[in-house]
Design a protein around this ligand. Structure first.
Ligand code: EPU
Length: 326
């Protein structure tokens, strides 16, 4: 990637005095991996996100927008451009209508909605990252999913350089997917519609989910959550190789989705280590940075896992994690 010129850097700094130079992405990713962002700007409002993008475009500076880096692998070479972090963490709750700025933590919103007497977003309590990221990637767990609660999304349309509101139908949500993954549309805020409900039951639900998560996922370690999407299928014949050897859990067959972690586990890959990156021994879809891992270690390990799953089971795993600077 071409280096930014001093003139580009100085001009951008002139427009955004709080921008940081040569910021280590280790500090901004849950994996604690990544080289330097040549410029790093925390946009405190949606307007600031738009202004930063438009300024970068006008100065021919490569740019990207991130949330809190919970699902992000940054290259060891970093990013020669400006990383714009969504820093607007505001929310509005009005009856059953909720509006959350892109930078709001998913967990904070979940607790706030329950405190306001609402149900339907309890599952968000343990989901790392921001509402912008959760909307982009249709985050979900324990039966909950963004696409079930989002009513509309405000974005900045980069091509037409204007703000647009997309209705639920226009977001084209799918499992861990949305149109925002495929088009230059930057999420500024998300509106959710929830229901009034039993707050005591909602709090209990949160503690049950927290306990489940503690039992089934690594805690307090550096990871990007699940690295791969679960494998979706329409025709069971693709599972032929698996069915010969293993009993596939009925729930996965019914859901037409096989847990990538379960597949990795079946192949005995838990604990597999390359450099300082390791497949978690608790959940096969979590790759851990044992401390000082490089992006190259994670890439090598994830490629190895994908290759094994493809060669031995005939299944191609797709990435859930997002890449920057490769
Ligand atoms: N399993 C194994 N071994 C493993 C992992 C899982 O046998 O190493 C088994 C479990 O025992 C269970 C089944 O596979 O019977 C499903 O496992 P789990 O409940 O952990 O769900 P998952 O399909 O592996 C998904 C989401 C998670 C979410 C959990 C809980 C994806 C890619 N992952 O995992 O989301 O937290 O369900 O609802 O959809 C994420 O997206 O980053 C993420 C962590």
């Amino acid at each position: 990637m071409n280096q930014l010129t001093n003139q580009q850097v100085e001009r951008f700094k002139g427009a955004f005095p709080s921008v940081k130079e040569n910021e280590s992405m280790v500090a901004h990713t849950y994996l604690k991996i990544g080289g330097l962002a040549r410029l790093y700007f925390i946009a405190e409002t949606g307007d600031a996100v738009v202004h930063a993008i438009e300024t970068a475009l006008s100065m021919q500076i490569p740019w990207t927008v991130i949330g809190s880096g919970s699902n992000l692998l940054v290259s060891d070479d970093g990013f020669q451009g400006v990383v714009i972090q969504t820093g607007d963490r505001t929310q509005k709750i009005n009856g059953v209508s909720v509006s959350a700025a892109a930078g709001l933590f998913t967990g904070s919103l979940a607790y706030a909605t329950v405190d306001a007497g609402l149900i339907g977003f309890e599952w968000g309590a343990g989901v790392p990252g921001t509402i912008g990221g959760a909307t982009y990637g249709d985050a979900g767990c324990f039966g909950g999913e963004m696409q079930n609660v989002v009513s509309s999304v405000d974005v900045y349309d980069v091509i037409n350089q204007k703000r647009v509101t997309f209705s639920h139908a226009e977001c084209h949500f799918g499992y861990r997917d949305s149109r925002f993954k495929h088009e230059p549309l930057i999420i500024l805020s998300t509106a959710l519609t929830l229901k009034m409900g039993d707050v005591v039951a909602a709090r209990l639900k949160i503690s049950e989910m927290t306990a489940k998560r503690k039992d089934s996922q690594p805690q307090g370690l550096f990871s990007a959550g699940c690295l791969f999407k679960n494998f979706e299928f329409t025709d069971v014949s693709v599972l032929e190789k698996l069915q010969r050897e293993d009993e596939i859990p009925e729930t996965m067959i019914k859901a037409k989705r096989i847990s990538a972690g379960w597949l990795v586990d079946k192949l005995g890959l838990k604990g597999k280590t390359i450099g300082k990156a390791q497949v978690s021994s608790i959940h096969g879809n979590f790759l851990l940075n044992l401390g000082g891992a490089r992006a190259q270690d994670v890439l090598a390990l994830s490629s190895y896992v994908k290759m094994k799953v493809r060669d031995e089971l005939g299944i191609l795993l797709e990435d859930e994690v997002q890449y920057l600077g490769f």
